[in-house]
Ligand binder design. Structure first.
Ligand SMILES: [Zn+2]
Length: 417
């Protein structure tokens, strides 16, 4: 990063108040934790000084090539790990020759710790250290924590992680390997969220948790920038995004929004938020049109642990993403997620975790309900299947054709399921 400091203001999604960065921490002081903030940049100046052509000649590393649209004033603490620059695979016939939906796969399993959350955690550690923080904490279903632990390890930053005790052991192993301090919470993500919030307020730690920390969208949105650049600025018709906490969906929208302000793209694609049937707050809120305070919080029980959330903390940004892009929420069953994960792995070589595979399950459902429509669709594979291998070793993952040629020895399957 060698550009001048970014000018930006923070605007509340609830009350529209604007703040200078030094006036707020992570959320609107007036609306408290309900008040998610947008970082809004000096788009007219950026438009004059920057262009798609100049970007093409910028060889800064990974996500930092878009640093002019990131809320950092210092380059000093950018982690040394390469974050971003993940592949986009064109698989036009993924849905079969009869389908008129051409598919692209954005493979975020290739990030340093294996998930898209590295984009947020890279920004978080740089932002925390720039703010003078010595400890950074997060509540997570697993991926955000692994990402934070990895990024912190690369910079020697102390990190404390609040995690449901049911989190996949692969993710736990990753955090332990990185040397994180781990607090296993007796409950789901929602309990971990509250405990982390309390601890950060008590100890003055930097809180990386999405939904509290409005800056996290600004890291994750870089996936939308990359997508557009990889597609030569031809925006797809549809982007399928897994939804647990809602942060990735909101961030993808923000990325397209920024590019639209610069005039680099002509429209925002329809964003399709995909939820698991047993963790579907956003789907119910969107379908019913009820104020979100009135939508029932149901304990989540999906096997897709990374999107298992009773109350999505980035719900405002997630809902805006779908409504402003004229997209929709789709709900998929656990068996369809398992089937989609196996199909994606076996037919493309991209190995998704269950939460990530929900994006593909959502596309399959959409294609079934919208036959004959010619469209381009991107599925966002947000995390690696190596982070939770249980679904690939279960009986339900073995379709008849796979069982014949790729069956897992029964003893091995029993051992790991
Ligand atoms: Zn506000």
């Amino acid at each position: 990063m060698n550009h001048s400091c970014r000018e930006y203001v923070l605007q509340c999604l609830v009350c529209d108040r604007s703040y200078q960065p030094h006036e707020v921490s992570y959320y609107c002081p007036h609306c408290k934790t309900e008040g998610a903030l947008d970082a809004l940049y000096d788009y007219p100046t950026l438009k004059r000084e920057w262009s798609r052509g100049r970007l093409a000649h910028d060889h800064a590393r990974g996500m930092w090539r878009y640093d002019r649209l990131m809320p950092l004033s210092s380059t000093q603490f950018i982690p040394p790990l390469l974050v971003g620059n993940t592949p986009l695979y064109s698989r036009p016939e993924l849905l079969g020759k009869g389908s008129r939906i051409k598919v692209f796969i954005k493979d975020e399993s290739r990030q340093p710790t294996g998930s898209l959350k590295d984009r947020a955690s890279a920004l978080a550690v740089a932002h925390a250290m720039q703010s003078g923080a010595r400890t950074i904490a997060v509540a997570s279903t697993g991926n955000a924590a692994s990402a934070l632990a990895g990024m912190s390890a690369s910079l020697g930053l102390r990190n404390v992680i609040y995690l449901p005790k049911t989190a996949p052991r692969e993710k736990l192993a990753q955090m332990q390997g990185y040397g994180a301090e781990i607090v296993l919470v007796d409950g789901q993500y929602d309990e971990a969220f509250e405990q982390c919030l309390d601890a950060c307020e008590t100890h003055g730690w930097y809180n990386r948790t999405t939904g509290i920390n409005s800056y996290m969208s600004e890291g994750k949105k870089t996936v939308a920038f990359e997508l557009c650049e990889q597609l030569n600025w031809q925006v797809p018709d549809l982007v399928f995004v897994p939804v647990g906490n809602g942060c990735i969906l909101g961030s993808v929208y923000k990325g397209f929004f920024d590019l639209l302000q610069l005039g680099w793209i002509e429209r925002i694609p329809r964003l399709i938020g995909v939820q698991a049937e047993h963790s579907n707050f956003m789907y119910r809120a969107w379908r019913s049109g009820q104020p979100m305070q009135q939508v029932e919080r149901i304990p989540p029980t999906s096997l897709a642990s990374s999107i298992n959330v009773a109350l999505p903390r980035d719900r405002l940004k997630a809902l805006r993403a779908v409504t402003a892009s004229e997209g929709e929420f789709i709900c998929v069953s656990d068996p369809s997620i398992v089937a989609a994960a196996s199909r994606l792995a076996a037919t493309t070589g991209v190995f998704p975790e269950a939460g990530a595979a929900s994006a593909f399950a959502g596309l399959l459902k959409y294609a079934e309900e919208n036959p004959g429509t010619a469209q381009t669709a991107v599925i966002l594979i947000t995390g690696s299947g190596l982070k939770d291998t249980s679904i690939f070793l279960s009986d339900s993952a073995r379709t008849p054709s796979r069982a014949q040629s790729h069956s897992v020895p029964a003893a091995l399957a029993d051992e790991f399921t």
